[in-house]
Design a protein around this ligand. Sequence first.
Ligand SMILES: CC(=O)SCCNC(=O)CCNC(=O)[C@H](O)C(C)(C)COP(=O)(O)OP(=O)(O)OC[C@H]1O[C@@H](n2cnc3c(N)ncnc32)[C@H](O)[C@@H]1OP(=O)(O)O
Ligand SMILES: CC(C)C(=O)C(=O)O
Length: 559
Amino acid sequence: MLKNPAAKYPVAKRIGLTDRRWPDAVIQRAPVWCSVDLRDGNQALIEPMDPARKLRLFETLVRIGFKEIEVGFPSASQADFDFVRMLIERDLVPDDVTIQVLTQARDHLIDRTFESLAGAKRVVVHLYNAVAPVMRRVVLGLDENGVVDLAVRHARMIRECAQRQPDTQWAFQYSPEMFSNTELAFSKRVVDAVTAEWRATPQRPCIINLPSTVECCTPNVFADMVEWMHRHLERRDGIVLSVHPHNDRGTGTAAAEVALMAGADRLEGCLFGNGERTGNLDIVNVALNLYTQGVPPELDFSDIDAIRRTVEHCNQLPVHPRHPYVGDLVYTSFSGSHQDAIKKAFAARRDGDVWDMPYLPIDPMDLGRSYEAVIRVNSQSGKGGISFLLESEYGLELPRRLQIEFSQAVQRVMDTEGKELTAADLWALFEREYGLTAPHIEHVQVGERPDGQVQVVAEVVQGSQRRRLEGRGNGPIDAFVDGLQALAPVAVEVLDYHQHAIGGGAQARAAAYLELRIDGVTRFGVGIDANTMTASMKAVLGAVLRTTRFVPAEAHALA
Ligand SMILES: CC(=O)SCCNC(=O)CCNC(=O)[C@H](O)C(C)(C)COP(=O)(O)OP(=O)(O)OC[C@H]1O[C@@H](n2cnc3c(N)ncnc32)[C@H](O)[C@@H]1OP(=O)(O)O
Ligand SMILES: CC(C)C(=O)C(=O)O
């Protein structure tokens, strides 16, 4: 790389708009959206879509709610021509949708374009020619007058072709290609000449589409350029001002948003940002950015994963796992402090609250995603994430100190295995750590003695052995602890007690969490049972067994 890139690359340009208004603008409604997936997206694919894929994507775009869809460049290939014919002949375009087709400013291509459109109900014919200095000089070999003349002649040709097919409802669109690399005054000159040729009026507006064919400046400069055009173009009230950002600098979305603030009415782009080089503007990104600021996007992404699957199938390109709003990992937190905040915010959230969720800019449920993947546990995770998964997947509401205790057990496993733990892994570890499977307590009887004390009789089942437990105390737990002394002679003191139901109805079970001091060591015990009393006793028993073993069974074995 060069020490002085300015020796090779032009320095950042400034537009010199001193009274710019866009910085204070707020986007309050959705723009007119135009999907160019089937044209700009398609022309950038390693393998362009076959008719089946094109149709599937077209139908998906219609379902999402696009009302303007650029369906191809019919003069460029037989495949594109045939696709346009198929849409028209099979009447596949809904009444509220307008198809758009692209053509270069060349006579034979325009003729072929209109040939493809015979019998169409509504069409936007999209004419383009390059206007940037390098393209004038190197590709077209024309000076400024020559480029204006090229544009106007072909704009006229389009108007005349349209007049010969009066049964179609026509609209015209012109793109000064490479607008972002072009002198503003010249862009205005060409566009003014084209809108004059098309006699643009509020009753019969045309679309002027300003492409950042190659994104080459910061979004604020693009916004200045759009605002300048918005304020200086002739016949502005007869123009739907559109932008067509690409993403070469990675700021396509920002450029589109500031362009809307600067006066653009319409956006062209592709789903998930497919398109030439680094892609076209990602329309989903802008639409959902609007949504998360309370503006209805008028596009439906409520099953975003199904849309992604279709787009991946049609484009034969994967969507990145970290792609905004749709990637596999974009609603997932691995790091402990994020998980802790999300867990607390979910717990604090009440119906009707404004979405104010740390680390989650949108409710994944709104896009058909579940909360399952929101928190995933690896070595960067803490107690918040671990307990979130146990609660969301298994209904366990661990008290805080138990969360801390169990997270240390999880961390030990992480340190040795170093891989992600799923909710099922955590549950297996929890069951093992707190002895939730064995031993069991059966035939629990709780009664009151004549002296007012509580008596507990139960059977503790450990493998093939059954041990009788009998104790007395001030309450059932106290009596159970007393009875346990004969099986495991340790000093047990109950420090804290939590209990909650898991599930509801006949399937409901109780989870009991007891914090105990056992021979001076503080430990948790966990018990889960259909009976709340038995759940508590299991918790005591589990905690004791984490500390000590039973005395030999022979002396206590039941008959
Ligand atoms: C920024 C964009 O995305 S614009 C859309 C670009 N999309 C595509 O190009 C995909 C489809 N394109 C094609 O299939 C072909 O390029 C065609 C059919 C349009 C043209 O094919 P060809 O006539 O073989 O020309 P080729 O592909 O080499 O394109 C270069 C020619 O187009 C001319 N050209 C390029 N842009 C324009 C324009 N907007 N208006 C008029 N002529 C143009 C060039 O001057 C050059 O002409 P030359 O051969 O006389 O020097
Ligand atoms: C034809 C135009 C709009 C285009 O695709 C571009 O400039 O990127």
